[in-house]
Design a protein around this ligand. Structure first.
Ligand code: NAD
Ligand code: UGA
Length: 333
């Protein structure tokens, strides 16, 4: 279920920078752009020579002749040379994950999500980059009453991670609003993205793995939490549209507007694998919101975007990937 983009698409960037390229979303995005004929400069601080996850995520990408890989940390590296002649920058680099953000890693969240983003924005303005697409997060909405979250809702983040993502997107928008700033910004609030190569700390990955292997699954809370799960190819198509739609700007939700509970995800994983999942119940985690649900109107109106992959179909692809990965690497995660 890879992205289908026409190489002749008039608006596909000729040259683009993808930060966080060794990660889950960044690697898929860079692959789709490369397939469409874009020259991609992929930047990540994880070195594929020493980091097996980065190596696996980048494996297919590196066969594209137009793909250039740079191992660099945006907190300290020279950014401007990476941006020369870029039509678009896709800023996916960052420290994700809600739960660890309460701990000592918070300084890393601040450094990568805020300080590094500020450096990138300054460099993009100096290089005259016309469009920057930045990864924001559904978590910025915080606790809701379960109705659709609209971009104009007042954000009330309830985790340190979400606070850094809100700071990150607002920093980008503040830069874009500066008089004479050449860089237009689109901040995408992704809603819980899943699919092949999903981070191993995330629930869908863990539920599918538990179903495949019989290992126990830790369930934080009662499982009635709901997420607007977004399949990776849909997240990628929204991200590319955010760079190629001429008048796009501001904040846009990337979520379809439906949601499912963790218990429903467990049910789908069990039926796909034909095995019951052994649940280990644990207390709810601080900062986890109960429900997310995107209002998808702006994504549709501005980007012409509608998700194409429903949860059972996406989870099937995700499970097939994990099953083949386990076979190839002989490992469970
Ligand atoms: P990921 O951890 O798989 O990828 C992020 C990548 O960024 C990693 O490879 C990491 O090494 C790199 N990185 C971090 N700090 C860096 C730095 N200072 N310099 C260079 N590289 C750096 O995460 P992901 O799930 O692919 O998420 C990508 C982005 O999308 C993140 O900003 C995350 O906050 C955001 N997001 C993700 C989801 C989701 O469901 N996965 C939802 C909402 C928002
Ligand atoms: C996910 C990503 O991890 C964040 O980086 C991203 O910013 C966010 O989506 C977003 O949409 O903005 P989250 O929705 O919390 O965050 O997704 P998971 O990490 O997969 O957690 C989903 C739910 O499963 C949470 O309630 C969590 O407590 C629960 N969970 C997670 C478990 O019960 N067990 C686990 O082992 C892992």
């Amino acid at each position: 279920m890879t992205q289908q983009l026409s190489p002749q698409h008039p608006n596909i960037p000729r040259r683009a920078v993808v930060t966080g390229v060794a990660g889950f979303i960044g690697s898929h995005l860079a692959h789709a752009l490369s397939q469409a004929g874009t020259t991609v400069i992929g930047v990540d601080r994880r070195d594929p020579a020493t980091d097996p996850t980065a190596a696996a995520n980048l494996a297919q990408l590196r066969s594209f002749p137009g793909y250039v890989h740079v191992t660099a940390d945006l907190i300290g590296c020279a950014i401007e040379p990476l941006l020369i002649d870029a039509d678009a920058v896709f800023h996916l680099a960052g420290i994700p994950g809600v739960r660890p953000s309460w701990g000592p890693k918070f300084t890393d969240y601040v450094a990568s999500n805020i300080i590094a983003t500020k450096r990138l924005l300054d460099a993009a303005a100096r290089q005259g980059v016309p469009r920057l697409v930045v990864a924001s997060s559904s978590s910025v909405y915080g606790a809701t009453d379960g109705s659709h979250s609209t971009e104009s809702d007042h954000p009330r983040p309830v985790s340190p991670y979400a606070v850094t993502k809100l700071a990150e997107e607002q920093l980008c928008l503040a830069h874009a609003a500066q008089l004479h700033n050449p860089t237009n910004v689109v901040a995408l609030r992704y809603f819980t993205v899943y699919g092949p190569r999903q981070r191993t700390d995330m629930f869908t990955h863990r539920a599918l793995l538990a179903a495949l292997t019989g290992q126990p699954l830790r369930l934080y809370g009662d499982g009635h939490q709901r997420r607007d799960f977004t399949y990776i190819s849909d997240a990628v198509s929204a991200t590319i549209a955010a760079a190629t739609t001429p008048k796009a700007g501001g904040v846009i939700n990337v979520g379809g507007g439906a949601n499912a509970s963790l218990l429903e995800v467990i049910g789908i994983a069990s039926s796909l694998a034909g095995r019951d999942i052994d649940l280990h119940h644990e207390s709810p985690r601080h900062g986890d919101v109960h429900i997310t649900r995107a209002h998808p109107g702006r994504a549709h109106e501005v980007l012409g975007w509608k998700p194409q992959v429903d949860l059972p179909t996406g989870m099937r692809s995700h499970m097939e990937f994990l099953a083949s990965e386990a076979a190839v690497y002989g490992r469970a995660a």
